[in-house]
Every structure is written in structure tokens, then in C-alpha cells.
Write a protein that binds this ligand. Structure first.
Ligand code: AVJ
Ligand code: FE
Length: 437
């Protein structure tokens, strides 16, 4: 049965690598070469950089580090090292042109599948449970999300299509859920493909709080705008107000005003802002200001994870809000099945034990917390995944979004970005402390 489970794990790895490559192809075959090499935003790499970087990281971690092979094209390594050149400068590098970038990634993948067939999936920490392969499947999916952000920033016509999500719930949900005081297990020691920053598992005591049942909707956010929220410094931190003035913010990114109604640009199409969808493309500063205007605050990262994972019945932390089962379409809006969030209150089957909805998928959720290591953190397998980003400059986002693949999403998964960032698929929900519950 050891052999059989190794075979099942090999099949799972192959399927995850294939799913990631299918998605990469869908994101890069749908536009002309000029669109792959163009700089659509100084915040993003050209799509052709992501494409070859995906292949280069796969070569580095699997063919070289696991397989012991020599570099295929050592001269290109510095071009695709994310720490060598900032994104804004990548269009001027001598990057592999689209055809060569595809061929390189394809050649690496062929050799990786041979390696997978021959590798034991145990014996070294990189091989245990197929970790290095899982790391690479997640890495490609993370860059697919990055490429989807680049697509959203493209000014030319629509190139990507997906069905609209199903309609939202007909019945009104309670506005907030109660999470009583008490300890819970944050982070993980048992999730085989968890990344270093999700480890180790540790107990955190969380005072009682109430959390929004769903992410904040566009309709609610429009009330903040209509009430002058963007013009009233009372709701903003000093840095947030300075940013709001300097960037002349008046609404989420991609929104525009047409007479009496708000419009938004979404993957090349302009449409009315749907009131029942979670708000998207707001910075941490805007989320924080909205929460203060509403008499509330952003949840801490520990509060978010307790609401998403703690099972008060058993006292243990689950893999996902709904339990330990892999995410399916009934649980959450993930995997780019749709090119937008689902209406607030969707996915009753994905509800957490406390009754919160849409904690996984739909929109990344800004938390109040800075990105710090858990007690006992050890950088693995490289310092540049997490450790070099720890500190007060980055805010933590939780829960994934419609652009996140299930392989790259768990109740423990931590994302981070600068508080000014708005092009990412981020929204938020709010919380308040409860006394005496
Ligand atoms: C975890 C999303 C912040 O995209 O910068 C990709 C993931 N790390 N390649 C990023 C990542 C290296 C990372 N985030
Ligand atoms: Fe990367």
C-alpha cells in the first residue's frame, strides 16, 4: 500500500502540474505576441516574463535541486530572478521572446515528468510528500493569478471569458456572526504542501469578537462613498489620508462615474457595478477607512483564521471553513471558474461552523495584521519566499479569491502586500470586539 499511495501521490502531482500549465496556456495563448511583451502597467511584469519565470523556477527546484541536473541555460537565470530586476524594468531586459519562452517551459516540463516517474517521494525534506512538486504547482498557479491581474490592467479589448457566477441567496443573512473568546490552533504542522510562513501550528487565545457574515458589498461601499468617506480625514490613518490625497482616490480602482451610476471595467468590458458583489480593488487604507466609518475595524489575522478554521464542537482547526474536504464548486468561488466574485451570501455549503460565508474564494480579505513569522518559524526551502518580506511594510490578506487555485489555497494560507496596492483582487470584511460574551 506504500507503493499504491506513492502512485496516487504521483498522479495527484501530475494532475496539479497539468492544471497549472493548462491555465498558463489559457492566459498566454489568448493574446498576440505584442500583448505578451508589452508593459501593461509598471506594477506588473510583461506576461512573457511570468511565462519563462514559471519554467525557470521549475527547472531550478525540480530539475536542479531535486534531480541534480545541470542548468539548461545558465545565462538566462538572472533575467528571471525576481530579486534582480524590479517589475517595472523587466520589459527592457533581453527576455526570451514568446515562442522561446513557451518552448523552454515545455522542455522543462517534459523532463520534470520523467523525473517525477523516477523519484521517490520520501527520503529528503524536499521530496517528502512530494513537497517540491507541490511548491512548483502552487508557484505556477500564483503566477497565473499575477498574469490575470495583468490582464485586468490591459487597456485593449476582452480576451478572457467565463460564465457569470450563480445568483446570490434569496433570504437575508444575519449581518454578523459571534466568535466567542477562547484559544484555537493557528497555522499547521500537518498540511504537507503548506509553505513556511503557515508553520508551525501554535495556540492563540482570541478574545470574543463579531465578524461580518460576508465580505463588504459594493452597495455598502457605495454608501461610504456617498457619505463623503473619501473626503473626511477622520476615517483615515495619517498615512492613509496622505496616500488618498496624493493618489486622488475617490472610488475603488477600475470604477468610473456615469451620471447617477457607478461603472467598472472588468477584463476589457465596462458594466454597471453590481451592488450585491463583494467590493474589489480597494487598498488596505480604503478598507481600514471604511471600517472606521462603519464604527468597526478590520479583523486581525488570528481572528480571521479562528472564524475560518476553529470547530467549537471538536476544538480542532479544520483545513477549510466547511471541513477537511478539498474545495469543490459548491464550497467556494476559486480556480478562475468565474472572472468576478460571487454575490455576498453565496456558497452555504462553504459556511464555517460560526456561520461566516465566503471566507475562501471570491476576494482576498485584508486583515489588520502586519506580516510577521509565527513563533518557531524556520525559512524553508528558501528565505526569499517569506522571510525577506516579514515586517511592518506588508499587510496580510487571507482566504484567496476567484483567481486562486485550490492547490494554492488553505485555511492557513497567508498572502501579503503593501497597504497601497489596489490592482490585486482584494476586498475585506469588518469586525468588532465584544465585551462580556
Ligand atoms: C505570496 C503572492 C506574495 O507573487 O510575490 C511568486 C508568491 N513568490 N513567486 C508573489 C510568489 C514567488 C508571492 N505572493
Ligand atoms: Fe515567482
Amino acid at each position: 500500500s506504500g507503493t499504491q499511495s506513492a502512485e496516487a501521490l504521483r498522479d495527484r502531482i501530475a494532475a496539479e502540474l497539468l492544471a497549472a500549465r493548462d491555465r498558463t496556456a489559457g492566459l498566454t495563448d489568448c493574446v498576440e505576441d505584442e500583448d505578451l511583451t508589452a508593459q501593461h502597467s509598471p506594477l506588473m511584469s510583461p506576461l512573457v516574463w511570468d511565462l519563462a519565470h514559471i519554467g525557470n523556477q521549475e527547472e531550478l527546484w525540480l530539475l536542479r535541486n531535486v534531480g541534480g541536473r545541470d542548468p539548461m541555460h545558465p545565462e538566462i537565470d538572472p533575467l528571471y530572478d525576481a530579486f534582480e530586476h524590479p517589475r517595472s524594468e523587466r520589459p527592457s531586459l533581453p527576455l526570451l521572446p514568446p515562442g522561446q519562452a513557451r518552448a523552454y517551459a515545455h522542455e522543462v516540463r517534459g523532463r520534470v515528468l520523467d523525473l517525477l516517474a523516477a523519484s521517490p517521494l520520501e527520503g529528503t525534506p524536499l521530496l517528502r510528500d512530494g513537497f517540491a512538486f507541490g511548491l512548483i504547482a502552487q508557484h505556477e498557479q500564483q503566477h497565473d493569478e499575477t498574469m490575470l491581474i495583468t490582464h485586468q490592467l490591459r487597456r485593449s479589448g476582452a480576451a478572457l471569458f467565463a460564465p457569470a457566477p450563480p445568483a446570490g441567496p434569496s433570504a437575508e443573512l444575519p449581518a454578523e456572526v459571534l466568535v466567542p473568546a477562547g484559544p484555537f490552533t493557528m497555522g499547521t504542522d500537518t498540511e504537507p504542501w503548506a509553505l513556511d510562513n503557515e508553520r508551525p501550528a501554535h495556540q492563540v487565545d482570541v478574545p470574543a469578537f463579531r465578524l461580518d457574515t460576508t465580505p463588504v458589498s459594493n452597495a455598502a461601499y457605495q454608501r461610504f462613498i456617498a457619505d463623503g468617506g473619501y473626503r473626511d480625514s477622520r476615517w483615515w490613518t495619517p498615512e492613509g489620508w496622505e496616500y488618498r490625497c496624493r493618489a486622488e482616490l475617490t472610488a475603488p480602482l477600475f470604477w468610473s462615474r456615469d451620471g447617477g451610476q457607478w461603472l467598472r471595467r472588468r477584463f476589457g468590458t465596462v458594466e454597471p457595478v453590481p451592488g450585491d458583489e463583494p467590493v474589489l480593488h480597494v487598498s488596505w487604507y480604503e478598507a481600514d477607512a471604511y471600517a472606521r466609518w462603519a464604527g468597526r475595524r478590520l479583523p486581525t489575522e488570528a481572528e480571521w483564521e479562528k472564524a475560518a478554521r476553529h470547530d467549537p464542537g471538536s476544538g480542532r482547526s479544520r483545513r477549510y471553513p466547511w471541513g477537511d474536504a478539498e474545495p469543490g464548486p459548491e464550497h467556494a468561488n476559486l480556480a478562475q471558474r468565474h472572472l468576478q466574485p460571487s454575490p455576498v451570501g453565496s456558497y452555504p455549503a462553504g459556511e464555517s461552523p460560526y456561520g461566516a460565508r465566503q471566507l475562501m474564494g471570491d476576494v482576498w480579505e485584508w486583515t489588520a495584521s502586519d506580516f510577521h513569522p509565527y513563533p518557531g518559524f524556520r525559512a524553508w526551502p528558501y528565505r526569499e519566499y517569506s522571510e525577506v518580506f516579514f515586517g511592518p511594510e506588508y499587510k496580510v490578506l487571507r482566504g484567496g479569491c476567484f483567481a486562486v487555485a485550490p492547490v494554492a489555497c488553505r485555511g492557513t494560507f497567508r498572502n501579503w502586500d503593501y497597504p497601497v496596492r489596489r490592482q490585486i483582487f482584494a476586498g475585506f470584511r469588518t469586525a468588532r470586539t465584544v465585551d462580556g460574551d
